[in-house]
Design a protein around this ligand. Sequence first.
Ligand code: ZN
Ligand code: ZN
Length: 323
Amino acid sequence: MALQIGGLLAPGGRELPETWDLGPRLPKCAGVSTASPSLVLRFLGAGGAFSRRYGTTCSMLEFAAGPRWLIDCGRQAPDQLLEAGFSWHDIAGQIVTHVHGDHVYGLEDFAFMRFYEGREGVEPVMRGGPKPKLLAHSAVRDEMWETLAPSLRYLREGEDLRAGTLAHYFDVAEAEQSEAPRDNPWAHAERFEFEDLAIVCRESEHVPGKPSCSLEFELEPGRSDGRLAWWSGDCTVDAARLSALEPRTTVFFHDCTFVDYPGQVHGAFSLIEKLPRPVLDKLVIMHHEDDLETHRARVEALGVRIALPGQRWDLHRGVRLED
Ligand SMILES: [Zn+2]
Ligand SMILES: [Zn+2]
């Protein structure tokens, strides 16, 4: 099977091929666990910016106590959620790493559905129902509004026909702590505690000059040296940071590309291959291009695991759960 994607340009100016050989469908990985976990990450979409086979990125955090959060919400997220058996009314909150269409273009659907429609005992936000929570670095949030405002700002307050803000649709989380700016004018990192969740959004190198964050999920909130689960968002390989975090980290989910090009903005597999063994042992690649299968042997030879849609991962133990 081949898919026409001609004419698109990837971030960084790379031209995509006219046709991609999609190969066989979604094989399963080995090495799964049957124990019941307290915090699970479920992949709804595990593909890259232009993936059709693996779907744009959207994952669900599932707490044993009940709440479900989404990590990013790409353009295919509304359909991915439905296919997984959920509705927007099942989602307590949304985390956003950065503003590219494959990470945020499902958000308008989320905001409008919850604002105007109720379901199964959940009232619409416009009638006082619960707002979904929104957690993102403040610099990312500013860019979110640039893309959402043309739709979401049309709420009337008195004579003002454009009074809508993010806060009309979402319960927006403010950072508890932040780190001083380093390479950019915004805070290097912001830490949030929001009910079930403690998370650090830390700037990472994606597109130069653009706010974009990796995520550090604190698995033992309140302990400064507690264990983490790490999520790249989209970023280049930062070997020093990954090595520094490794002793505390149960699992690293890293975006990955097998295409080397000038101005790389993703996790080049050629650099992932050079990471220290302890990092590789905890690494799971994601955000795949549709030719992933042509590289599978190289990934497996390195002992690195592969995220695929539908998989569920126990973040405390860094292992995949049985289907
Ligand atoms: Zn992306
Ligand atoms: Zn991106």
